[in-house]
Design a protein around this ligand. Structure first.
Ligand SMILES: C[S@@+](CC[C@H](N)C(=O)[O-])C[C@H]1O[C@@H](n2cnc3c(N)ncnc32)[C@H](O)[C@@H]1O
Length: 203
């Protein structure tokens, strides 16, 4: 399926879903909400290019750490070649919105996709990603622009335990440990403007 057709399927799936307002309403009532929960989304154009540039292994496992309404997971399902995709989101209302979209994706979109896409497993989890086992991942994405320093340090420590060859994509932020080989750094369009995206491979 070509880019424009895939994009229009994605847009119709998300029409009427406003992750910014779900997030801002939910954060008003959450004691744990922090700068790290600032909302923002990937775009089809930007994430298509990010996936191309990530050169993920065919049939691998994709994780989105802080998955919001699930846009990166759905785009990775549509544009990528993954056997399993996992989105982890700490804010319950965003997680629930992603589950609603996922149900429509399964019933309305998957049946018209090629058979290998129909076999993909998608899991959406309501959790703090620091508490969740991500060790099976082949490609990890974190839209980490607003993650505060201590969270990035904890994430880097967790990722230091990943197996060799795991690829990581960080928006705006960097990993500094020599355990992560920088592969590429480039700008891509996000919902909120152009962002520098940093690609790594775990050594
Ligand atoms: C910038 S948004 C990205 C949403 C989605 N990944 C995208 O790119 O479209 C970052 C998300 O990370 C979530 N988040 C922040 N800290 C988290 C944590 N420790 N565990 C799980 N989710 C977290 C926020 O609630 C927010 O929805």
């Amino acid at each position: 399926m070509d880019f424009q057709r895939t994009k229009s399927i994605f847009e119709s799936l998300y029409s009427g879903v406003d992750g910014y307002s779900v997030s801002s309403k939910a954060r008003k009532n959450l004691s744990f909400a922090s700068k790290a929960h600032t909302y923002g989304e990937v775009t089809p154009e930007g994430f298509y290019q990010i996936l191309q540039d990530a050169k993920a292994k065919n049939g691998g496992i994709f994780y989105d750490l802080g998955s919001g309404t699930g846009k990166a997971v759905i785009l990775a399902s549509l544009f990528g070649d993954f056997s399993k995709l996992v989105g982890i989101e700490e804010i319950e209302d965003l997680h629930r919105a992603s589950v609603d979209i996922f149900r429509r994706y399964e019933t309305e979109v998957k049946p018209i996709l090629p058979s290998e896409k129909q076999k993909q497993v998608i899991e959406l989890v309501n959790s703090d990603f620091l508490e969740f086992d991500i060790s099976e991942a082949d490609l990890i994405f974190a839209h980490s622009t607003c993650f505060y320093d201590e969270l990035m340090i904890a994430l880097e420590k967790k990722c230091a335990l990943l197996r060799k060859g795991t690829k990581l994509i960080l928006v705006t932020k960097n990993f500094n440990s020599p355990l992560f080989e920088p592969l590429k750094s480039s700008e891509y369009p996000m919902s909120w403007g152009k962002a520098t995206v940093n690609f790594y491979e775990k050594l």
